[in-house]
Design a binder for this molecule. Structure first.
Ligand SMILES: Cc1cc2nc3c(=O)[nH]c(=O)nc-3n(C[C@H](O)[C@H](O)[C@H](O)COP(=O)(O)O)c2cc1C
Length: 354
């Protein structure tokens, strides 16, 4: 049976299909629960939530499903804030703020790991069964604490070297994020440019080098992609964009429509929104910021600076200023209930396997 392996056993799920944690309100408790109830693994994207909001969402998910689910966190980054760099970025962002009538210039404070540590405590207290990470590997102390509480750990890697680092850290499984993937790159060792490896090349090379289960991510949106990933050596898939357009997703309607109407050649990778490369649909914001991209402050400073722009663009339904994250396979996306998407994938795989 294609759907039974070490990964599904460890996660306690029927199908090796994981809905990606997508921070920023996309992964509503309804979406997470719908995926888990359909036999996949729903994930709450908690990267931008504080501890209290994380707990609230977890409690709602528990009301909607008794199946396993995951919470995804951002391994914290605490770059030094340089005032001149911030002032320069604010000057470049001014035309975008003016176009949206925003007078607020966000304050950039020193970043700390406190909020992340509080989220870890919530995850332990609420006995969340699975915790996944992107943007690096948390401290051994944090991983140990989670392990002692029997929480399954899932890391993210974009190269074989990063996969080995995840395995050495004690992660139970690794999401291998190919260059097709929508949203932020999880790269944390070496340069982002060098780590743009397509899923088809990344999975078999990683499968030959690490012993823990691998999860393929990037451009997978139907049964064909799931089966291909399994053939390449992954034991599961993580899907973002195809769940972003699902009915239960909390993505802004403009964002959903942009994905549903875009083609594979309309996507690009930009650091302009957050200071960290991410894949999304080309729009005016990306075009206007292109010339400054190399000189912008790093993540999460630039993310803080653009937050009012992204929020106001959403409120005013102005897609040209929004971060329209999407993977390279937008044509296959549909506006269906998440459970139906999973059922369709399963049917398609069963037909291919026949
Ligand atoms: C809108 C969006 C937001 C995302 N946010 C996160 C996140 O918060 N945490 C994370 O680990 N990955 C995030 N990702 C990346 C996914 O984990 C995954 O690598 C990617 O969606 C796979 O490619 P696909 O979008 O083509 O399915 C996001 C992806 C998208 C499209």
């Amino acid at each position: 049976m294609w759907n039974k392996n070490k990964l599904t056993e460890k996660l306690g799920i029927s199908y090796p299909i994981i809905q990606a944690g997508m921070a920023g309100g996309i992964t509503t408790p309804e979406l997470v629960a719908a995926v888990s109830n359909a036999g996949g693994l729903g994930t709450l994207g908690a990267g931008y939530l504080n501890a209290e909001q994380t707990r609230e969402s977890i409690l709602k998910i528990k009301q909607l499903t008794d199946k396993p689910f995951a919470v995804n966190l951002f391994t914290p980054e605490t770059p030094e804030v340089r005032d001149t760099e911030v002032a320069q970025a604010n000057e470049w962002l001014l035309p975008c703020r003016e176009a949206l009538n925003i007078s607020e210039v966000p304050k950039v404070k020193e970043y700390s790991t406190a909020a992340f540590e509080q989220q870890i405590q919530v995850i332990i207290e609420e006995q969340v069964p699975i915790c996944s990470f992107t943007f690096g590997i948390p401290s051994q102390e944090t991983l140990q604490q989670l392990k002692e509480n029997h929480i399954v750990l899932m890391g993210t890697a974009t190269t074989v070297t990063e996969a080995k680092a995840n395995e050495a850290s004690g992660m139970d499984m690794i999401v291998m994020q190919g260059s097709e993937a929508g949203g932020h790159r999880g790269t944390f060792l070496g340069s982002f440019e060098d780590a743009m490896i397509g899923t088809m090349a990344l999975i078999p090379q990683a499968a030959d080098q690490v012993n823990i289960p691998l999860i393929a991510a990037g451009g997978i949106s139907d049964g064909r992609g799931v089966l291909a990933a399994l053939v390449l050596g992954a034991q599961g898939v993580q899907i973002g964009t195809a769940f972003l357009t699902s009915l239960e997703s909390g993505a802004n309607e403009q964002h959903k429509q942009a994905v549903l109407n875009s083609k594979e050649d309309q996507l690009t990778v930009t650091s302009a929104f957050s200071g960290k490369p991410a894949r999304g649909i080309q729009n005016d914001f990306i075009t206007k910021m292109k010339e400054y991209e190399m000189h912008l402050p790093p993540y999460p400073i630039q993310n803080t600076l653009t937050q009012p722009i992204r929020r106001e663009a959403g409120k005013q339904s102005q897609a040209k200023w929004m971060s329209l994250w999407s993977g390279q396979n937008p044509r296959s996306c549909k506006q269906l209930p998440a459970g139906e998407l999973i059922a369709e994938m399963v049917t398609q795989i069963d037909q291919i396997s026949l």
